[in-house]
Write a protein that binds this ligand. Structure first.
Ligand SMILES: [Zn+2]
Length: 213
């Protein structure tokens, strides 16, 4: 038994408007999220795979990479996925002052708005690092953080078949937000196995709902 609560459990105590840890718990709903893109090789492959299975997802993009690969962001939006903010340069947030943290977030908001016109995005902090001062600043601004409730571990250099087997053995629950990454091919290799299985059992792969103004 774990006695010390995890960061995710603590963040889950906050209002959903401030920190979203799980999505709407509609029957069968699953919210795939991809961090660290767009990537010129791995993101197109992933988009092809999602399209083949009529799956929608949310992409938490790094501003610098958005500037480098705008056509990929256009494609993400055109294919019905949602954009999220994963900072401008993916720094270690705990080493930055609050003002620099907010600049990282706001600069990326402006970049993303050019693609879908939304202008306000949930923020997923690099490495999940959330300071109390950032939470307070977000609360004051009416902004939201998107955390996750299921970690695919696709960044751990473990074989994709092992990670897919883990997902099958311990399946996500309805409404779970699944953490994945599209800066490597691992997530696509996991999903090549899991998407057919999930669809066969009536799972709905969805983008996170838009932020309310
Ligand atoms: Zn990241």
């Amino acid at each position: 038994m774990r006695l010390k609560p995890s960061r995710r459990q603590l963040l889950g105590l906050l209002p959903e408007r401030l920190v979203l840890v799980r999505g709407p718990r509609e029957p069968g709903a699953l919210y795939l999220t991809f961090d660290d893109g767009p990537h010129p090789e791995h993101t197109p492959r992933l988009l092809d795979l999602l399209a083949r299975h009529a799956a929608r997802a949310s992409f938490f993009l790094v501003g610098q990479r958005v500037e480098r690969h705008p056509a990929l962001v256009e494609r993400i939006v055109a294919e019905g996925h949602a954009l999220g903010n994963h900072s401008y340069s993916h720094p270690m947030f705990h080493r930055l002052g609050l003002r620099q943290q907010l600049e990282e977030v706001e600069r990326t908001d402006r970049l993303l708005a050019d693609f879908d016109g939304v202008g306000r995005y949930r923020f997923r902090p690099p490495r999940g690092s959330v300071s109390p001062s950032l939470l307070l600043a977000f609360a004051r601004r009416g902004r939201g953080i998107a955390y996750w409730s299921y970690d695919s571990l696709d960044y751990q250099s473990r074989p994709p078949e092992e990670l897919a087997a883990r997902l099958a053995r311990r399946p996500p629950a309805d409404g779970d937000i699944v953490l994945m990454h599209d800066d490597s091919g691992c997530s696509a290799q996991i999903l090549e196995r899991m998407l057919p299985a999930w669809r066969a059992t009536g799972r709905q792969l969805k983008a996170l709902p838009a932020v309310r103004a």
